[in-house]
Design a protein around this ligand. Sequence first.
Ligand code: HEM
Length: 458
Amino acid sequence: MSDWSADDSIIRYTGTLQSAYGHAYGQCPYVRISPTETDISDIDSVKQIHSPQDPYRKSDWYGPLTDGINGVYALLPNDAHRARRRAWGNLWSNTNISMMEPAVRKYVYICAEKINRELEAGRKPDLMHWFQFLTTDVIAEISYGKDMGMLENETVSSFVQDLLAILVIGAIRAQFPFLGMVQKIMSYIPHPSVQWFINANKRISDYSDQAILDYRREVQSARDKKGNLRPSLLATLLDDLDNPNVKHKMTMEEIRWEATDNLIGGSDTVTITATYLIWAIYRHPNVRAKLETELRNAIDDGQEITDEKIQHLPYLKIVIKEVLRLYSAGQFGLPRVVPDGGRLIGGYYFPAGTNVTSQGYTVHRDPEVFDEPYAFKPERWLNPTKEMENSLMPWGGHSRSCLGQNLAMMELRLIAAVMLTVCPSATLAEDCTDDSMELENYFVLRPKGHKCELVSSR
Ligand code: HEM
């Protein structure tokens, strides 16, 4: 591991080790990446590690990453995780999320129209910047029923800066756990910018606390007249709290953690994946042309796009699938711990307590499964093999798969369709190159250039 440097990507480096020492994915897709950790990339073994029937718990790596926010994402013991997922019930199901589509659609339209205005004014709107506002407004609306006004105010608020700081701090702490101590020492340094960085987590939790307080106050007065709940996830969780007939529910403390978790997990991931989605479409004019034709045929002139009208469009579906394979934000190693008694994985014995990782980045680029694995080819999904379908894991392993995937998919579909319709002249700016869009690893992956600018082709 001595070749790894901070400006390289540990994900790519692990992939390189797999190729060099794992006999190019064939016979031996197991590479020991530290004295206690093995990265595994053959899909049967990956499935075994993430099987809900025999779940391997998340490793202690997640502790420094999530730093005391004990939302469902950070729960390490399997039974605690199971209980929390049960308490979420079907709130993240397609049926429930689709009821919130009008709100999501409203924000997507506002965002695309603002981007188009920038283009028409001769400016170079940055997708990362706009999508960060969009996804934060969406997740706040879904979670709290509250408009955070990011798109409206068009400023990088301290809230967005906090979100980014949390992700950077968490990623560094998870990769270099000893830095937790450095952070503790830093917390005694009274300099305002050091304190700002250190306290980002707390400010996001405070925001969630305030949203819960506001909500309770509003509900108490609103209930007298209508008795209806405003449709938001938090509203339902809080309602469950007061309802003696609900069997599986969260405590107030758990609701606070979940509220914070949503804001952190539901914004950056979609921002980055959506940025790559639009970039990949604009980067491949033939793909863009096919999508535009498909949309023209599905949506009558002047009609608003809705998720209902686009969710089954076949070409849009495979474009998103290919983007998720190559560019989804969460392709890191998903570290897990081998359960008591040890396990045979792919014929090798792994003692209990050993850490095993399995990164989507490598699995998604396995040349035995994907022809020209680095090429962006949506058409490969027209007739996928069983191995291809099995190997796609943008939402993580089965036992801990992404709770927000239905919402994320809705956002991605709407963003692609609305951007193509509302911003017909948009194209990539000159400095948005393949190099600037190289994936860089900050726990979530993001473009090396940290932006993706557009210009108008008119
Ligand atoms: C394109 C966008 C997204 C991608 C690529 C993505 C990816 C992932 C991945 C790979 C995992 C597994 C991580 C692990 O095992 O450590 C995960 C888990 C999770 N994601 Fe997402 N995610 C996205 C959007 C969202 C959204 C919108 C939410 C909404 C709040 C969300 C909430 C969660 C939660 C709560 C978990 C933990 C589930 C559990 O442990 O039971 N994600 N996501």
